[in-house]
Write a protein of this length. Structure first.
Length: 201
């Protein structure tokens, strides 16, 4: 059993978040944070992931999984470690799925209500923000915590860790979800160009 401090579960993701924030600040300034101030995306992805978790697992087990991932003690035995790890892997996959769903929802609403083409880039950035939040939850929080639970199990070194749900599916969903609004944006621009050509004498 590998004992690790709770700080090692909190500080690295926090440092990575600060690095991303610093990168945005250096490249775009304070206004670079505007596309990420999407309260609807945060609620749908964050709260939606919790509700889906609650549907699949009891709240008590979710709490114990998070506690085992963060605490120094970890899971009491291998069976509990695998159970808690599967809960966190489910959360990682669910968050990406909800991010993709929220991006599609935002794209549908954008295409249905767009009147000013100049607003397309801003609406597109808002649609992609939900996918960004879901990837942060999945790849920076839930998947590392899932691995951490297995590593702190009593017999963690006796057998290699195995993920029944590989990251390939999550990444494919993310790519497809990002492709839909981008394709929609290019379609709008192409249609606008065709309309302008036809309007010329």
């Amino acid at each position: 059993m590998k004992s690790r401090s709770a700080a090692s579960a909190i500080l690295p993701p926090l440092a990575l978040a600060l690095l991303m924030g610093w990168s945005i600040l250096l490249s775009e300034g304070v206004y670079g944070f505007r596309p990420f101030m999407n309260l609807e995306a945060i609620i749908l992805v964050g709260l939606g992931t919790l509700l889906c978790l609650w549907t699949a697992y009891p709240l008590r087990e979710i709490y114990h999984a998070l506690k085992a991932a963060i605490s120094r003690a970890g899971a009491p035995d291998d069976a509990e470690a695998e159970r808690y790890s599967s809960i966190l892997r489910f959360a990682a996959n669910t968050s990406v799925g909800l991010g993709a769903l929220t991006s599609l929802l935002s794209t549908i609403l954008m295409l249905a209500s767009i009147e000013d083409v100049s607003q397309v880039p801003r609406r597109l950035a808002l649609a992609l923000a939900s996918l960004f939040f879901s990837l942060v939850l999945s790849e920076i929080i839930f998947m590392p915590l899932s691995r951490r639970v297995r590593e702190t199990a009593p017999d963690a070194g006796s057998h290699p860790a195995h993920d029944p749900l590989s990251g390939g599916r999550r990444h494919l969903i993310a790519l497809l979800a990002a492709g839909v609004p981008l394709f929609s944006c290019f379609t709008i621009l192409w249609a606008l160009e065709v309309a302008l050509r036809q309007s010329r004498p």
